[in-house]
Design a protein around this ligand. Structure first.
Ligand code: DGY
Length: 348
């Protein structure tokens, strides 16, 4: 699909993206926009090479693509200046290779914070109240009347939410769980989440003034403390060498038997095979997963686990957010082509 065919600058998007604002932004600034409409979901390096062709000023790409040495050197050869991932995470991008070839890299933070946090909160609730299991039970025609023990789950109020990685998304999630469900907070991060701490303190005082049990917060000195103490744990680190298999067999073993683990960050943060084993051994332990180690696949056995809620990497999938991500991705590329600083540069 081609927009503004006579545009001076050639910008390629490896996927159609929501909305038209991002296209207009580019075409209004003399860009020819080429959108790949190839049906297959995951494009190979070869597919992308042929999209880049001989002349390409910038590319908007997706987290399913491997942007490394080969693609950046070819983009450079085609006269390219910028690459923007339509995602906040850029573990699929070798930023060093982009730097080497003088290609600016952009990502799309900010616009997806609340949407992603809302999905992590949804997974927490779905797991704690066994929503998916109960839905399947209804649809299978198994409901034959109210029973005192039918689909009993956990009450979140007064329990402790554990956040590993209290950056933008982790903090937004924590606030939702604290304010929405009056949970206490324990978090682990290399940096102090001062605004989050201030929020919990102020909210605790508000509850107290209204005669309610105040919420509390604690910054854990080790991740293990979070795993041991929290009832619901949500993972929000970036994926890199230090966070690969952050949750492994040993760390699963120290979590509460009835804990809930949520992951809407990146799949390889959890050793998924160890998780499947843990779910089998601990039927009261529940997980809510948006991401998987070998996406789009699940490790054998996971799909059979009733104590797992699984969704296909949809954490940022609200209309507003996806249009915002597309717009930011376009702004990143446009900025560099026009010689302005790009909107969001993970190098900074
Ligand atoms: C991201 O942005 O990194 C998400 O995984 C997709 O929105």
């Amino acid at each position: 699909e081609v927009w503004n065919p006579s545009g001076k600058y050639r910008v390629v998007s490896t996927k159609p993206m929501p909305g038209t604002r991002w296209i207009r932004l580019l075409t209004d600034q003399d860009c020819r926009v080429e959108i790949c409409t190839e049906k297959k979901t995951i494009l190979s390096v070869e597919d992308i090479l042929s999209l880049i062709g001989n002349k390409c000023d910038g590319v908007i790409g997706q987290l399913t693509e491997d942007w490394g040495e080969v693609l950046f050197s070819m983009l450079r050869r085609a006269g390219g200046k910028a690459f923007s991932n339509m995602a906040v995470g850029y573990n699929n991008v070798v930023v060093g290779a982009a730097n080497k070839y003088g290609i600016a890299v952009g990502n799309t933070p900010g616009v997806l914070t609340e949407t992603t946090a809302e999905l992590a909160a949804s997974l927490s609730l779905a797991a704690s109240r066994r929503i998916v299991e109960a839905d399947q039970f209804m649809r299978a025609g198994l409901y034959d009347g109210w029973l005192p023990h039918l689909f009993v789950g956990n009450l979140l109020k007064g329990q402790t939410v554990g956040v590993i990685g209290a950056g933008r998304i982790g903090s937004a999630y924590a606030r939702m769980m604290i304010e929405g469900f009056k949970m206490n907070l324990i978090y682990y991060d290399l940096y102090q989440a001062t605004r989050l701490e201030n929020f919990v303190t102020a909210y605790g005082e508000f509850l107290k003034a209204n005669g309610e049990q105040p919420v509390t917060w604690k910054r854990a000195s080790s991740m293990e403390d979070v795993l041991r103490e929290a009832d619901v744990i949500s993972l929000h680190p970036v994926l890199d060498k230090t966070t690969y298999h952050l949750i492994n067999k040993e760390r699963l073993a120290i979590m509460k038997k009835e804990a809930i683990l949520v992951n809407a960050s990146r799949g390889p943060v959890i050793d998924e095979a160890a998780l499947v084993e843990h779910l089998k051994q601990n039927p009261m332990f529940r997980v809510g997963l948006d991401v998987f180690e070998d996406e789009p696949f699940m490790k054998p056995g996971l799909a059979d686990m009733k104590n797992a809620v699984v969704v296909p990497h949809i954490a940022s999938a609200s209309k507003w957010t996806r249009e915002g991500m597309a717009t930011l991705a376009a702004l990143n590329v446009l900025g560099k082509i026009k010689g302005y600083p790009i909107w969001s540069d993970p190098n900074r």
